[in-house]
Write a protein that binds this ligand. Structure first.
Ligand SMILES: [Zn+2]
Length: 337
């Protein structure tokens, strides 16, 4: 029997109704789970005072060429924004990255009371993401972007110019900046990762990152390999056939990441465990098979401060770079240094 057009319309309408009911139920239960998510606020623009610091130059230790190089601060920032954030991101996200990067360098510069970078004498910062923040050369930008080079350079320069001289302060001082690639849906409180406690780092929601390329990660190792890696680091022998009973999660942080974990009787910070096995984050779940162990992760990076993906998602939803920064760094002011 051939279905009539009317019949199909009724079925489609029925399906749409069911889908909408399901979606409503899902979103209601999510709201409940998240316990009133602290949806970021849209802030009025602040009045920015002009100052004369725009011609500052910095000494950067280039960790690739092993040279100390001097360059204008704003030129250095272009290399940082290019190295730290995809240039395809929204302009407001790039501006947030520019202010975060500028704040990090001002915090470090001895000229402004900082300690500089310990990688080389006389360096304000270095070019390594593992130590200060990533910086890439013009040559590297050309390699990364190909025919989009001109467009992306202009876009990044604009983000830097439009936030010229702006940094984040707390109690009148440049804040200590941390940021990361992708969150697991919430940011991490700073003392869970670094030894210090800073009032502007509290755990906040970071919405819409589930579809980000690095949201989900996974590392699978043979049980034997897992035990070998552990033994070589801590000198403790694990039974490869009984890993499930030798790994115990002791507790979670407010952001849902693991706080600490006991492996073979040895208690570790999850951050240490993450480094040992090269995992993307400390939001880890384990799967045990007969011969192998799989560690699934959510998010990418330590989770503290601005999530770069989260910044782009906020920008997509109409938030400005100031909204973004004041969401991830609570109670900061954005001023001309
Ligand atoms: Zn450094």
């Amino acid at each position: 029997m051939r279905p009539t057009t009317k019949g199909i319309a009724v079925v489609v309408a029925g399906l749409l109704l069911i889908t909408s009911i399901i979606l409503n139920v899902i979103s209601a239960s999510r709201d409940k789970e998240e316990n009133q998510p602290d949806e970021p606020e849209k802030n009025p623009k602040e009045i920015i005072m002009e100052t004369n610091h725009k011609n500052d130059s910095i000494f950067m230790y280039n960790h690739m060429t092993k040279e100390l190089v001097q360059m204008p601060l704003e030129e250095y920032l272009a290399g940082v924004v290019a190295g730290e954030m995809p240039a395809s991101y929204d302009e407001e996200a790039l501006k947030a990255q520019a202010v975060a990067a500028r704040t990090l360098v001002i915090y470090k510069m001895p000229a402004y009371g900082g300690r500089g970078c310990s990688q080389a004498a006389g360096a304000d910062v270095c070019s390594s993401y593992a130590h200060c923040q990533e910086w890439i050369s013009e040559e590297q930008m050309r390699k990364n972007w190909g025919e989009d080079y001109e467009t992306y350079v202009e876009k990044i320069k604009k983000a830097i110019q439009e936030t010229s001289g702006q940094i984040m302060t707390y109690n009148g001082k440049a804040i200590e900046v941390f940021y990361h690639s992708t969150s697991n849906g919430r940011t991490e409180e700073v003392s869970e990762v670094f030894s210090n406690s800073l009032p502007y780092y509290i755990s906040v929601v970071s919405i819409g990152e589930e579809d980000a390329p690095r949201f989900e990660g996974s590392v699978t190792l043979s049980n034997k390999k897992f035990a070998e890696i552990f033994q070589s680091k801590y000198g403790i022998k694990l039974d490869p056939n009984k890993l499930a009973s030798q790994i115990k999660i002791n507790g979670y942080t407010d952001s849902g990441r693991i706080q600490d974990i006991t492996v073979g009787g040895k208690k570790l910070r999850a951050t240490e465990f993450r480094l040992l096995y090269g995992l993307n984050s400390t939001d880890i779940s384990f799967e045990f098979d007969n011969d192998s162990i799989t560690m699934n992760t959510k998010g990418f990076g330590h989770g503290v401060g601005m999530s770069q993906v989260g910044a782009d998602r906020m920008a997509d939803r109409g938030y400005s770079y100031m909204d973004i920064l004041q969401h991830y760094y609570k109670g900061v002011e954005i001023i001309q240094y």
